[in-house]
Ligand binder design. Sequence first.
Ligand SMILES: CC(C)(COP(=O)(O)OP(=O)(O)OC[C@H]1O[C@@H](n2cnc3c(N)ncnc32)[C@H](O)[C@@H]1OP(=O)(O)O)[C@@H](O)C(=O)NCCC(=O)NCCS
Length: 376
Amino acid sequence: MRFPEDVPELRDDLITLRAHTPADAEDVYELCQDPEMQRWTVIPVPYTQDDAAFFLTNLVPNGWREEHGTRHWAIEVDGRFSGSVSLHGGEGGVGEIGFSVGPWVRGRGVMTRAAKLAIRHAFDDLGWSRVIWRAFVGNWASRRVAWKAGFRGLVVVPGGGLARGVRYDEWVATVGRDDELEPQGNWWQVPELEGDGIRLRAPRLTDAQRVMEACSDERTQYWLAGLPSPYELHHAEGFITSRQESRASGEGVSWVIVDAGTDEVIGNVSVFAMLNRMDKGHGEIGYWMHPAGRGKSVMTKAVRLVIEHAFTPIEQGGLGRRRLVLLAAVDNTASAHVAEANGFHRVGVTRAAAPGREGRWDDDYVFDLLAGDPRP
Ligand SMILES: CC(C)(COP(=O)(O)OP(=O)(O)OC[C@H]1O[C@@H](n2cnc3c(N)ncnc32)[C@H](O)[C@@H]1OP(=O)(O)O)[C@@H](O)C(=O)NCCC(=O)NCCS
């Protein structure tokens, strides 16, 4: 192909994908100074004016001229160069997408629009059957774009990514020609829940010390014997950072209960097991309380707020659950009380189901609650 003459212009009502020009150099340079850009892509660091010129006069034109080279488009928004999207490869009908946009347009859906235009072009005009997206693990903005553009089947490839001689774990997902370019599955938000003097919010890394205290407490360790023992700060940090994955995959949502005055963590409530194959409306509730918060009915009230949210339809910002279950060891009177005070039905005992201390397995009471059940 000839550059720039043969570069097709692709557009929607906000953005235009067009051929790069040498006049984009200043904006390319500015984009590549951005820390996110340097952290998550393979550009040279430090990035110089010469690197921008080389990209525009060498890499981009040559990419178009080669048979399965990289086709880079400039993304133009409001008349300004705002980023690039590329299609790379395509042999045998499969190739990769790459993208970046300037901080000056982020968060407006620009990248999602550009990705969809490029993907449609790959399928409809280039005859590709599949597009691959790859990102270093932790690049949540990129993952969110991929999710919004319909990528699916996400896997982690340990050490699959390479930037400037360093290997990184990598996310990989794909979208096929017949797939809808729309999100697959739920990516949960964690709204703040408040009521009855209780406040629940998303956990933050600064909560790790309190989480560690709560989870290394003797009583928590006794009833939640599956927790690491001893439970150390890095376990708490791992728990908090893993919440993002849980939300993004649709598996679960966790809140911390905080003291309304000090914002200190006094407990945790989660709705999890939401990826149940047979029942898309299933969820399980789990919780623990920091010793400082016990004995004041706080958990009963917190679970009440979470139940309301879990049964609220997805279109109204809730979790759209149809049925919640809750398990509590048969001797764990305090936990069973939280369930029953919230209208859960005790439906039976599941035997030797929960890890107990010293290698034994404990029986659990099974509680359930349907969306239509009366609640106190
Ligand atoms: C990734 C990138 C292209 C996204 O551009 P963008 O124009 O902001 O993308 P969009 O607005 O279409 O979508 C971004 C989404 O990510 C969300 N997001 C941003 N940062 C996030 C984070 N840390 N955690 C979770 N979501 C995040 C935004 O809220 C938005 O979702 P929403 O529309 O549902 O609110 C941009 O951040 C970028 O250029 N980063 C540096 C280069 C890069 O990482 N390229 C990809 C390499 S694989």
